[in-house]
Structure formats: C-alpha cells, structure tokens
Design a protein around this ligand. Structure first.
Ligand code: ZN
Length: 326
C-alpha cells in the first residue's frame, strides 16, 4: 500500500480503525490526522489488531511486519528503528520471536512492553523442541546461543483465545498508563473485544469436542497452545521457528505417524513455502490444506476484511474437516 492511500485511510480511521493495520512497514504517519493520538508500533499482525481494537481512535498503530512477510526473526531497516525510537509505545513479543526488535526494545525502557511476560509462556511441544534442536545442530553458533538465552519457550500464545485475552488486558494496561485520561475508554474497548474472544473460544471448544482424530500435522510448531487448550496434538514438520527445517529422520517419523494414525491432511501456511508439506502429503496419500498461524494476514485476507477471529474460524473449519469432528 502506498503512502497516499495510507494517508487517505488515516482520515477515515475513526470509523474503520482496523484498516490501518494493513498499512505496515515504513509509511510515514499523516500528521494532521494523527494530532494527539498515541503513536504505537506493534511487532506483528495480532498485536497490531489488539492495539487498534483497544486504542480505537485514540491511537495510531503501525505494524512493523509488512503484509505477506513471515515475522520470525524479522530484520529491521534503519527507518523502522527510527520509528521504534520515536513511538510513544512499542508492543512486542520477546522469547526470541524477533531478536532484532528485542535488541531495540531493550533500549526503550518502559515505552516497550513485552506481552509474553504477562501471558506466561510454556516450553511448547516436546516434538517441536526436538525438531528445532535437530535443525540447530547445523545452525550457526550465534543462533544457538540466542535460542538458549531465551530458554526455548514457545511464543505462539495468540493461537489460544484465552491467552490472547490476557494480552488484551496487558495492552489495555499499557495504554491506560500511557494516556490515563482515556483509561476508561481503553478498558471498555478491551471488554468488548474480549467478549468476541470468549465467543470464539466457546466455538472452538464445541467444534473440536467430538472428533475422530486428535493429531494434526502442521508446517511449523505454532499450534502448541491451541492444541493444549482443545485437547489436540500438533505434529509439526519444522520447529518453533519456520526456519528450523526438518531432517530426513523427522520426515520419515512423520510419514509413519500419518499412515499409522490415518491422518488425512498435512497443513501448510501461506507465508512459508509449502514444498515440504506437499512432499509429505504426496508420500503418504494425504491431502494438503491451509492452517494459519496468524503471524500475518495476506493481502487477500485484509481485502476480505478478515481479522484474527475470522481466520481462527477458518482454522476451526479446516481442523474439523481434517480431524473428522461431529
Ligand atoms: Zn511461528
């Protein structure tokens, strides 16, 4: 999206604040429409959505991860670093999700909020860690140190709507601290948004309650928290980061599991190459389908006015079909 269309959108932001989330990257803020608004930088789509929904017309949210880009290990341009340093508030995820951003955030003190701290992360599926360690043997030493530094926790909490609700509260707290005069409005917006997340959680709970199978094969290990919440188990091809590519042993094990458990579908994601998923599906006679880790929305999804809850409902439909749910 170019600068002038972002500027045009900013003018109507009061009624369609969500649209601004689509204006990621290096666009300049439209100063006239932004007067008095809190300037917030969010590290990737889900956080940008939360900030936009909670902040409403009191905030101007920039998504640091461009549309269509996979956010793990995002590298920053100098312009993006400037944007981070100028922001009133930076909302991001620690736990090694985007180390370059964490380095900048460390310099910003109270203006940078690591949402993983309040949410409470777990280690993630043992399979995921194993896959990552297997890939890590070939990775450069620096990457391994980074990994150990963060204690190998799994950052993908947003795929559990209950944990997403915790992040909404954290964002409401952060905004209320930054602009106390609007605290009541932020809390009201947060409550409204959390009601939607509660409804989503109930629909997932119900939709995944009675299924023929509980295991699903995913592209990278993004679905640990979702699987834990709804009594499922992810069998990830890659590790907690999509770059941690699987070795031949891992793929052979997965192929055996797919055949033995009668798994019908190998899921892939839209922001990462589907090549390995397609190979695995071909080998085992399974189908492929999209299961989104919601690490970013595609331009098509944004054009269709999709949001976190809408893509989660697409995921629910995909899981129900793959798992044979009643
Ligand atoms: Zn991920």
């Amino acid at each position: 999206m170019n600068r002038s269309s972002c500027r045009g959108l900013a003018v109507i932001a009061a009624v369609t604040a969500m649209v601004l989330v689509g204006c990621g990257g290096d666009d300049e803020p439209a100063a006239d429409a932004d007067a008095g608004r809190l300037q917030i930088v969010a590290n990737f789509y889900p956080v940008a959505e939360v900030a936009t929904r909670v902040g409403g017309d009191r905030v101007r949210v920039t998504n640091l991860t461009p549309v269509g880009v996979e956010p793990h290990d995002l590298e920053l341009t100098s312009k993006q670093v400037d944007r981070l340093e100028d922001a009133d508030l930076v909302l991001y995820l620690g736990a090694g999700f985007q180390p370059a951003l964490e380095d900048v955030a460390d310099r910003l003190g109270d203006r940078a909020i690591d949402l993983t701290r309040g949410v409470g992360l777990q280690k993630g599926a043992a399979e995921a860690i194993e896959a990552e360690e297997a890939a890590g043997e070939e990775a450069e030493e620096a990457a391994t140190e980074e990994h150990e530094e963060h204690g190998a926790t799994d950052p993908h909490f947003w795929l559990d709507p209950q944990l997403m609700s915790k992040a909404v509260d954290e964002v409401a707290d952060a905004l209320a601290t930054a602009e106390p005069s609007a605290a009541a409005s932020f809390r009201a917006n947060a409550s409204g948004y959390k009601r939607e997340l509660t409804k989503l959680d109930m629909d997932l709970e119900q939709g995944l309650a009675e299924c023929a199978r509980s295991e699903f094969v995913t592209s990278h290990a993004a679905f640990y928290y979702l699987a834990e919440r709804y009594g499922l188990q992810q069998l990830p091809i890659a590790g907690v980061s999509p770059e941690a590519e699987p070795d031949a042993d891992r793929l052979a094990t997965l192929a055996d599991q797919i055949r033995a458990k009668g798994i019908t579908t190998v899921f892939f994601e839209e922001l990462v190459s589907p090549k390995v998923a397609e190979t695995l599906a071909r080998e085992t006679g399974a189908a492929t389908a999209v299961l989104s880790p919601i690490e970013g929305l595609t331009q098509e999804e944004l054009d269709a006015d999709k949001d976190y809850a809408a893509v989660m409902r697409d995921n629910l439909a995909a899981l129900r079909a793959a798992l044979g749910c009643r």
